[in-house]
Design a protein around this ligand. Structure first.
Ligand SMILES: [Zn+2]
Length: 450
């Protein structure tokens, strides 16, 4: 057992207020990184961060704080793309093309995602997100309305910060219970009802995302109506774009009037700052410029993109253009929920493009990836004023990581911030996240909580 024996799980605070003494590592909203080897995090009774900085500046509070020893406090990870019903499939189907994988692996498991199934699967899934170090997730459900209520109820009880939506499909669907003539109206009505029940619940911890699956499975009318409904409710809108060449060709066939894939969503009124598009692997210059101009957000899911041989996103080109990008696990096309894992594959994918001469710039360092997996993800969801970094005034969405899990030999915990983050990315261990809190409330899942 590699875990540090110095911190008993019973000593970890369950509710605010509390103070933790540990190493601190966080991006800062104004740029740069805060790294305190002997840091102090003070969380007030309302679950907000009252102080994050050197312990030496607050000696009396540091004296009474729970001492986490060598553990590292990081902002909770933000996962911008995952599919709740697909979690049981994680790790299956590597190398299939997208459309074959959807038919063979995804639709069968989503078809069975009833409310009863969700009552077991959703609580387990939210614990699994927390175990991976994720405190905020943007997630797709299945098509069945009742399963979404169950999933939201489970998240309400668990404490995860969640943006979730019912998948909408009217062109191809796995739902055999729906009359094709009424599917659009029904799907839209159910989505609007779910949004009215759950969007901004618990002071905005739970939010709703209208979720048309992708252009292949949706009519223009469904895309347009869902985008309008999201705008009217001030809710999010999420879908997939430009993931795989076969899919892109199919979209061109289905929407001959559109200039390209992004233009399909543009014509539907779907682009903008409340929209997160997953993948965006093969964007043309025109598509990229249009996403930047409209402030549309993109979820980069490098593990998924290699798993299904979809392609390698030219992230450097996108960042240079000013695109808003965060990271997504895309379980189950991505094999695990870890955003540390997404950083690792993203980093290596960039290196691969560079080796091939397709990008000239060097891959950014580990601290840039930490920012992408936390603060940039929060920005993509429009909640970076509340979460995404450990800074006074923000809500205390925090994880505690035991770096001994990532050490190659015992005692090799790193002193420099870059080195520490590099180990957490490239030697991420499934049990290294020992605790997670949202608004200072501990989440079930991480090892320290059992
Ligand atoms: Zn997906």
């Amino acid at each position: 057992m590699l875990a540090s024996p110095t911190v008993a799980s019973t000593r970890l605070p369950e509710r605010p207020p509390f103070s933790l003494r540990a190493r601190l590592l966080t991006p800062l909203a104004d740029g740069g990184t805060l790294h305190e080897a002997d840091g102090l995090l003070v969380v007030d009774g309302g679950g907000r961060i009252a102080y994050a900085g050197a312990a030496s500046a607050r000696p009396s509070e540091a004296e009474g704080a729970v001492d986490l020893g060598k553990w590292v406090l990081l902002p909770g990870m933000v996962d911008l793309h995952a599919h709740l019903p697909q979690l049981p499939n994680a790790g299956l189907g590597a190398g299939l093309d997208l459309m074959t994988w959807l038919r063979r692996y995804v639709f069968p498991v989503e078809r069975d995602f009833t409310a009863e199934e969700a009552s077991v699967a959703a609580p387990a899934a939210w614990r699994a997100f927390a175990s991976a170090g994720t405190t905020t997730a943007l997630v797709y459900g299945a098509v069945f309305e009742a399963s979404l209520d169950v999933a939201f109820e489970a998240a309400e009880a668990h404490g995860l910060r969640l943006v979730l939506g019912k998948v909408m499909m009217d062109r191809i669907t796995y739902d055999q219970t729906i009359d094709p003539a009424t599917i659009l109206d029904r799907s839209l009505r159910e989505s609007i009802d779910l949004c009215s029940r759950w969007h901004m619940r618990d002071d905005g911890r739970l939010r709703y995302a209208f979720t048309p699956r992708f252009a292949v499975s949706c009519s223009m009318e469904m895309l347009r109506e869902s985008a309008a409904a999201a705008a009217a409710a001030g809710a999010h809108w999420q879908t997939h774009v430009s993931e795989d060449r076969g899919e892109i060709a199919e979209v061109a066939r289905l929407f001959p009037e559109a200039l390209d894939y992004v233009d399909v969503y543009d014509r539907a009124g779907g682009l903008g700052e409340r929209t997160v598009l997953a993948h965006a692997v093969h964007l043309s210059d025109r598509e990229l410029a249009r996403l930047v101009d409209t402030g549309t957000r993109v979820a980069h899911c490098p593990g998924s993109n290699l798993f299904l041989a979809s392609g390698v996103m030219p992230l450097g080109r996108y960042l240079d253009a000013g695109l808003s990008v965060g990271l997504g696990s895309d379980v189950s096309a991505g094999p695990d929920l870890s955003i540390f894992g997404a950083m690792r594959v993203g980093f290596l994918s960039w290196n691969a493009l560079r080796v091939e001469g397709r990008v000239s710039s060097s891959v950014p360092g580990p601290l840039r990836w930490l920012r992408m997996g936390t603060l940039d993800g929060a920005r993509a969801l429009g909640i970076s004023d509340a979460v995404g970094s450990l800074e006074a005034g923000k809500e205390a969405d925090v994880i505690a990581v035991d770096p001994s899990f990532a050490a190659p030999v015992p005692g090799e915990e790193d002193d420099a911030a870059e080195d520490l983050m590099s180990r957490l990315i490239f030697r991420a261990h499934p049990d290294m996240v020992r605790a997670a809190w949202v608004r200072g409330r501990s989440l079930a899942g991480p090892g320290a909580r059992g």
